[in-house]
Design a binder for this molecule. Structure first.
Ligand SMILES: C[S@@+](CC[C@H](N)C(=O)[O-])C[C@H]1O[C@@H](n2cnc3c(N)ncnc32)[C@H](O)[C@@H]1O
Length: 140
């Protein structure tokens, strides 16, 4: 639930999806509270300096550790990070090692390792859907 006066920023690199999203925002009457940045999140995130209460990661799995570091940089001290698909069809917790998914699996494992082992972070992983990691700063 978005607080009154709250805003949402989102990033999408596919032109047709940006167009569709903008149309949907308009239909839903939320075009003034959602800003969509068009381009690669790897390039856009380092340029952002807004502080966020919540970050939702649901994009290229091979970039999850990078997205985590950027999210931590942009997070308010009471903020929370949700990372979807963190268990990737169970591959992340098994010895699955097929070439096609290997990079994604390695990066998702790295995300989990940082989120669960780094001092100052508290992370729970829910086995719902494709796996959801929820990370907060410890002591919050
Ligand atoms: C799984 S979909 C997101 C679905 C959305 N959360 C929803 O519930 O409707 C992932 C989206 O992220 C976009 N994406 C993936 N990697 C990206 C990146 N590096 N930068 C920007 N967008 C990216 C894809 O084009 C795709 O539209």
């Amino acid at each position: 639930m978005l607080a009154q006066g709250g805003k949402i920023d989102t990033i999408e690199r596919e032109e047709d999806r940006v167009k569709e999203a903008k149309e949907n925002f308009k239909k839903a009457g939320v075009q003034d509270i959602i800003t969509i940045y068009e381009g690669d999140a790897v390039e856009i995130l380092p340029k952002l300096n807004t502080k966020y209460d919540a970050v939702f990661i649901d994009a290229a799995k091979g970039k999850y550790p990078f997205f985590l570091e950027q999210s931590l940089r942009l997070l308010n001290e009471n903020g929370i990070i949700f990372a979807d698909n963190i268990l990737y069809k169970g591959y992340v917790m098994s010895d699955y090692n097929k070439h096609k998914q290997r990079t994604a699996v390695r990066n998702l494992r790295e995300y989990i390792a940082i989120a669960t082992n780094r001092e100052g972070l508290s992370t729970k992983i829910l086995e719902v859907g494709d796996g959801l990691a929820i990370t907060k700063l410890k002591g919050q």
